[in-house]
Design a protein around this ligand. Structure first.
Ligand SMILES: [Zn+2]
Length: 457
């Protein structure tokens, strides 16, 4: 049984995990460039040595990718497992109670940068494959691994890699398995089956060629800050409905089944509001807060700049005003069509005497896997067998552009099943991964792979 094999290898799995955590593969810091390569080479060696996979580095203009695949299992589905070997910087260092790159066990938790995100989580899948191999001598399905070293800095190399058809053939799979999200609670498994997309803009309005005296000119020229406020205010109504014509046209409606699944998630609205110091929520009244957060699009102004902001007052009409804002999108809304519609929306409202510049900053669409997907259902059965209860199906309000891109480019279903918890403090000082969650992650991955192998195509 896989569980016994995992138990037998407990020490070994921990030792290997710790080796990974000792390599300071911080992608954001140039002085760690050699560590990035060392980490990638370490992974190739691990896949070769422990799994007998034909693994190799894929050189890119920046950090190498690591690819490995199992010997062919004819007639069986193929799963692509994605992970990332880079980690976040460790500042502020003085807040760490133990050295970030010397894994330390305390309270049943392993502390260290990358313990969870994403070295620990990535390794749960490597060890699951090892467990299946050791338990039955062969794998029930075709397994491919792709590890990138730039997830924390924008995934440029993998993104470029996916543009070529030949490369997409190398990664081709029926289903993609990723652990780079959280599970809802220690004893509560979850599958994130939807992610929102995100698109960001900066709108700049320019009026007079310099700040003007508000006494000499007030009431006779347009104020760009006032124009900006009016144009932005038109974008959304008091119920949170976005007013751009056609904005909701491509939104895939929530099915009754989805609404029922999302409602299973325990959520105390008053408590959630209290935690952020609010006494009222906001948004489309016909949707629950959980639905508004994960399954409906949203608009937020991230910052506004314009005019005098120093001490005291200054009686001017500012020359310029600008705002940065983002939309969270849901399938099948497309960033490109939004940009066109938004530009037209603002031009319609642009007052005489003001010039506008709408600058597109970044964008990625959202994704959702149909709950009926046989692979999603298989993964749910795998998790149920380990936890003794079915997973919660989650639509996450955040965005993981590279994951959405991998899914879109390969045209495969995606299973996002995290083994860590929100409180693990990823990206923060004293990041950890509980040993129990780590080993449950290995067991879950083995169970998921076993169930995915049974999906008839
Ligand atoms: Zn991550």
């Amino acid at each position: 049984m896989p569980k016994e094999t995992i138990e037998k290898n407990r020490r070994k799995f921990i030792d290997i995990w710790f080796e990974a955590l000792r390599i300071p593969s911080i992608s954001a810091e140039a002085e760690h460039k050699p560590d990035m390569r060392r980490m990638a080479e370490w992974l190739v060696d691990l896949l070769d040595r422990e799994l007998g996979f034909a693994a190799h580095l894929i050189e890119t203009e920046t950090n190498p990718l690591v690819f490995g695949q199992s010997p062919e299992v004819p007639g069986a589905p193929t799963v692509l497992i994605y992970g990332h070997y880079d980690v976040q910087p460790v500042d502020p260092l003085d807040l760490w109670r133990t050295p970030p790159f010397e894994p330390t066990v305390a309270d049943g938790k392993v502390f260290g940068r990358g313990a969870d995100d994403d070295k620990g989580q990535s390794l749960t899948h490597v060890f699951a494959v090892k467990t299946l191999l050791e338990t039955s001598g062969t794998l029930p399905l075709n397994v491919k691994f792709i590890f990138e070293g730039e997830e924390e800095i924008g995934s440029a190399a993998l993104s470029t890699f996916l543009e070529s058809e030949e490369n997409r053939r190398l990664l081709a799979a029926d289903v993609i398995l990723v652990s780079d999200t959280d599970k809802p609670a220690a004893d509560e498994p979850g599958i994130t089956y939807g992610l929102r997309g995100v698109v960001g803009y900066e709108l700049t309005l320019t009026g007079p060629n310099r700040d003007l005296h508000s006494g000499l000119y007030g009431g006779s020229v347009r104020n760009p800050v006032a124009a900006l406020c009016a144009m932005l205010a038109d974008l959304i109504d008091s119920d949170g409905k976005i007013q751009i014509p056609g904005f909701y046209d491509d939104v895939v409606p929530l099915s009754e089944r989805e609404r029922a699944e999302l409602a299973r998630r325990p959520f105390d609205e008053a408590e959630a509001l209290a935690a952020i110091g609010l006494d009222a929520s906001f948004g489309e009244p016909e949707y629950t807060v959980i639905e508004r957060r994960g399954a409906r699009p949203s608009f937020d102004i991230n910052g506004i700049t314009g005019g005098y902001q120093g001490k005291g007052g200054k009686t001017i009409i500012p020359a310029k005003a600008s705002a940065k804002f983002t939309f969270r999108l849901v399938p099948n809304q497309r960033p490109e069509s939004l940009t066109r519609a938004l530009d037209a929306f603002f031009r319609d409202r642009l007052p005489a005497g003001i010039k506008m510049d709408l600058n597109f900053q970044h964008g990625a669409g959202g994704m959702v896997i149909p709950l009926e997907s046989p692979f999603l259902q298989a993964a749910a059965r795998g998790l149920s067998s380990v936890y003794g209860k079915p997973p919660l199906f989650i639509r996450d309000g955040g965005s993981i552009p590279i994951i959405t891109k991998v899914k879109d480019r390969l045209g495969a279903d995606l299973i996002l099943a995290g083994a860590g918890l929100e409180e693990d403090g990823i990206h923060s000082p004293n990041e950890y991964f509980a040993l129990r969650d780590f080993f449950l992650g290995i067991e879950s991955s083995a169970a998921i792979l076993t169930e995915l192998a049974r999906v008839k195509q």
